[in-house]
Design a protein around this ligand. Structure first.
Ligand code: ZN
Length: 345
């Protein structure tokens, strides 16, 4: 079958690839319908590596996917042929200590689509464990189904934050994950979410959502804005979603005493932060690595209408134009949130 293959750093090709498609007892086979282009896919294309994950062999890209079940293993009972589904791309060793603890996202043995040496899913068919495949209700389109994966990161951030109804939150960074985090925080009970960035076009996209207040830090002080809004008390939760080292400067000044800092953005280098400032407020610091046990709840929120991810899908390319889709995504236009690729049906 034809797949979008990253041959090596900077070189993509749409070519035939032979991959095993045997359906095990606990697996399903899925005809892929829609795949979102993720920042990590683009990074492997432009840099050939993310941290210690280095592209050494040709690798199929794509991990944000939705499709239709075409075959089910003999031991699968909750899915049937014809079901529309989205897939969780990270599959842990189910017997590992991390999996037994429910933190399978940090299982050292997790195999994650389009993370070397594991192939992704920008191809017509894939076999996946049924336990990591989620049925989409009729109200959720394939395009929205392919948004569940990035939204699950926001869900993980909101879950780790332990939101209490009425909380005020700040999200630093208005990239795709920042917006997903803001939407999950609102769905999780926050009364108001401030989101900051330097890019006016990015903030404009977030501003269309009720409950989100945008702060352009090129024009106004985030600290002053938060203090004015909270009568000098500070935000209950600060989500760091920019990955920028500069964001850590004064970050605890945004937070109320006893508040939480949730680290979502991944800095490229180690960053320094003010330990005394965190201690004086007895700040709770949480970190987010992908997600665990959030896909089903993400699907439910989208189906309920409480979370609308459709405005974040900027453009859709045909599979035949996948390379152009990646070239577009690599430009990182501030007006592009999510680029998707649709397989021929
Ligand atoms: Zn992704």
């Amino acid at each position: 079958m034809k797949a979008l293959v990253l041959e090596r750093k900077g070189e993509l090709s749409l070519r035939e690839i032979d991959l095993p498609l045997e359906v095990g007892a606990q697996d399903v086979k899925i005809a892929i319908h829609t795949v979102g282009v993720c920042g990590s896919d683009v990074h492997y294309y432009t840099h050939g590596a993310i941290g210690s994950f280095v592209v050494r062999e040709p690798m199929v890209l794509g991990h944000e996917a939705a499709g239709t079940v075409t075959a089910v293993g003999s031991g699968v009972h909750h899915l049937k042929v014809g079901d529309r589904v989205c897939m969780e791309p990270g599959v842990p060793n189910m017997s590992s200590r991390a999996s037994k603890l429910g933190i399978y996202n940090v299982d050292p043995d997790v195999r994650f689509w389009a993370t070397p040496p594991v192939h992704g899913v920008l191809m017509p068919e894939v076999v996946h464990p049924a336990a990591f495949t989620y049925k989409l209700p009729d109200a959720v389109s394939f395009a929205e189904g392919a948004m569940v994966e990035p939204f699950a990161v926001g869900m993980q951030a909101a879950t780790r934050a332990r939101i209490v109804p009425g909380d005020v939150a700040v999200v630093i960074g208005c990239g795709p994950i920042g917006v997903m985090t803001a939407l999950a925080a609102l769905a999780g009970g926050c009364s108001q979410v401030f989101i900051s960035d330097l890019s006016a076009p990015k903030l404009e996209i977030a501003a269309q959502y009720a409950g989100i207040t945008t702060v352009n830090i090129g024009e106004v002080s985030l600290h002053e804005t938060i203090m004015t809004a909270t009568d000098g008390w500070g935000a209950d939760i600060v989500f760091e979603a920019s990955g920028s080292a500069r964001a850590y400067h004064g970050i605890f000044d945004l937070m109320r005493p006893g508040g939480a800092l949730v680290l979502v953005g991944l800095p490229v280098e180690p960053v320094t932060f003010d330990v005394p400032a965190s201690i004086f407020k007895e700040a709770r610091i949480e970190t987010v690595f992908r997600y665990a046990n959030n896909f089903d709840r993400a699907v439910n929120l989208i189906a309920s209408g409480k979370v609308d991810l459709k405005p974040l899908i900027t453009d859709t390319f045909d599979f035949a134009d996948s390379i152009a889709a990646f070239e577009r995504a690599a430009k990182a236009l501030p007006t592009d949130v999510k680029i998707q690729i649709r397989m021929p049906s």
